[in-house]
Design a protein around this ligand. Structure first.
Ligand code: CS2
Length: 514
């Protein structure tokens, strides 16, 4: 690769754009003319690797006032990284030995609003902002995962009910921004969730309306008439960025970039075509606009994300570091393929233009990409917020139809084992980040290794497990049996036994694991 001469090396920023090495693609539009038309809350690696790149493609295809103001409401602050670089960053696409670099310019400013909501509110209430998009992770919505209702007991929601003008939660921030818009220019707003949650627009609409209702009927009425909450399915594997990635940019391209983003070549964005006002035409950049996102999101969350979560828990239990390490183990790959083909696919509605079995193979191929160092512990993070849409919903549907869930019970039990093994009782085998980590560790400390009692107690957490599901005897028994194995000295022995003794799967079809 041709690096920039060392004497010119510096920090990425607008003044460096004309001096980037030719191998780095740069904005093909005049960035000095870029005006903001939307804001994005949560400018993390995923946003930089996905939506901001779609916007960049759109600006190149048809230039318009669709720069994005990045609003950052959680640490780390962005002022010294992306902010100091004028919103510019390098997006690296990696696959095998191949790497492709592009400096993206679609984020035109960055606002940190971590301690105080005022800077964020000032942006969200601006009349030239027509859309607010967001990636705040599953737990940012302050909902109960089992039902999608706002969790009124959430400490940030309790705070926002008492102090609505200085909110801490995402729902509180959006309600206050809508209130400010209603009271000033009155312009409509589209609020587009880009998080991996089923019916994310419905969920966002629910948490915002529930909170707004408490602020008064007039605000709720205004929101119903002037705001839209379309759903969207987003997809690109974008692991946490490491020092090695930043150092590689410096070494190969000759400049320092503190806001590098890394991703795989594949990307997809399916957006519900229901907006409150002007919107960027992301369809010109490859996004798909549809009237119903649900079949797309079920396919993606149950197949790709379901595979990732399953592999992450089983992978940690086996001692592997990354998804691509899990994918080098024939036992794990065989199990996951079979789970998806036999139990997950039959729960899916047909998706226009996509063959589901081919999608499974494509997903597994993506997970095999050795250039994407996606840590199992990263994917395992916040599992309590992820397993409902990835695993529990297909399980519920199958049980409702009297179908078997032997294979899908494995990720549930593996998730329980992952959290239990992080407890003092099991020797704190790894640190866990999950809002339910403390509660489940306390359960494990109290119960110890009685797998049936442990599974029963975890299944009784009704904000995660729908009570009817938790009460299903067959499901409980399968989870308990697998959990016993996953807590033992040979955690994957039970998967191996499933593979060797197919009859233990109690299935009519008897295909070997391969
Ligand atoms: C991953 C997702 O960490 C996780 O939960 O499963 O971030 C996944 O990589 C993306 O949804 C892919 O689009």
């Amino acid at each position: 690769m041709s690096a920039m001469p060392p004497e010119q090396a510096g920090r990425l920023g607008p003044s460096l754009l004309d001096r980037l090495p030719p191998v780095v693609r740069r904005p093909a539009y005049d960035r000095s003319k870029l005006k903001p038309g939307m804001a994005h809350i949560g400018v993390g690696a995923f946003h930089r690797g996905h939506q901001a790149e779609y916007t960049e493609d759109l600006l190149e295809a048809r230039f318009g006032p669709w720069g994005s103001i990045g609003v950052n409401v959680r640490p780390p602050a962005l002022a010294e990284t992306l902010g100091r670089q004028g919103g510019l960053y390098t997006r690296l696409i990696r696959e095998g030995d191949r790497m492709e670099a592009r400096v993206v310019g679609s984020i035109c400013a960055v606002v940190d609003s971590v301690q105080d909501s005022a800077p964020a509110l000032a942006v969200l209430a601006r009349p030239d902002i027509h859309a607010v998009t967001m990636t705040v992770t599953e737990k940012g919505y302050c909902h109960r995962p089992s039902t999608g209702a706002l969790d009124l007991g959430h400490p940030d929601i309790a705070h926002d009910l008492a102090h609505p003008q200085s909110p801490r939660s995402l729902p509180g921030l959006l309600v206050r921004a809508l209130e400010l818009r209603m009271a000033s220019h009155g312009r409509s707003l589209t609020l587009l969730s880009c998080d991996n949650i089923p019916a994310n627009g419905v969920l966002l609409g629910t948490v915002v309306r529930t909170l707004a209702e408490r602020r008064g009927h007039a605000l709720l009425k205004w929101i119903d008439a002037n705001a839209a909450f379309p759903s969207a399915m987003v997809d690109r594997i974008a692991p946490a960025v490491t020092d090695a990635d930043r150092d590689q940019v410096e070494r190969e391209f000759g400049y320092r970039d503190e806001a590098v983003a890394v991703g795989e070549p594949f990307r997809q964005w399916v957006i519900e075509n229901r907006f409150a006002g002007p919107m960027p035409q992301w369809d010109l950049a490859g996004a798909t606009l549809v009237s119903d996102v649900e079949p797309f999101e079920h396919l993606k969350m149950r197949v790709l994300n379901g595979a990732q979560s399953t592999l992450s828990y089983l992978g940690v239990l086996t001692g592997y570091e990354h998804t691509c390490d899990d994918m080098a183990d024939p036992l794990l790959v065989g199990f996951v393929r079979r789970m998806l083909m036999e139990e997950t696919l039959p729960t899916l509605r047909p998706v226009p233009g996509i063959d589901a079995a081919a999608y499974v193979e494509q997903s597994l191929a993506r997970l095999r990409n050795t250039a994407i160092r996606h840590r199992n512990h990263q994917i395992a993070t916040d599992g309590s917020q992820k397993i409902v849409q990835r695993v529990l919903n297909p399980i519920r549907e199958r049980l409702g139809r009297g179908q078997d869930v032997t294979l899908l019970a494995a990720p549930v039990a593996a998730w329980m084992a992952y959290l239990a093994r992080a407890s003092a009782r099991f020797g704190r085998q790894w640190p866990v980040a999950d809002p339910y980590a403390g509660r489940i560790a306390a359960i494990a400390d109290g119960i110890g290794d009685d797998a049936a009692a442990l599974a029963g107690e975890i299944l009784s957490i009704d904000t995660i497990f729908d009570p009817a599901l938790a009460a299903d005897h067959a499901f409980r028994a399968k989870v308990a049996a697998l959990l016993q194995g996953f807590l033992g000295t040979d955690p994957l022995g039970c998967l191996r036994r499933l593979a060797e003794d197919d009859s233990s799967l109690s299935k009519s079809s008897r295909k070997p694991l391969s």
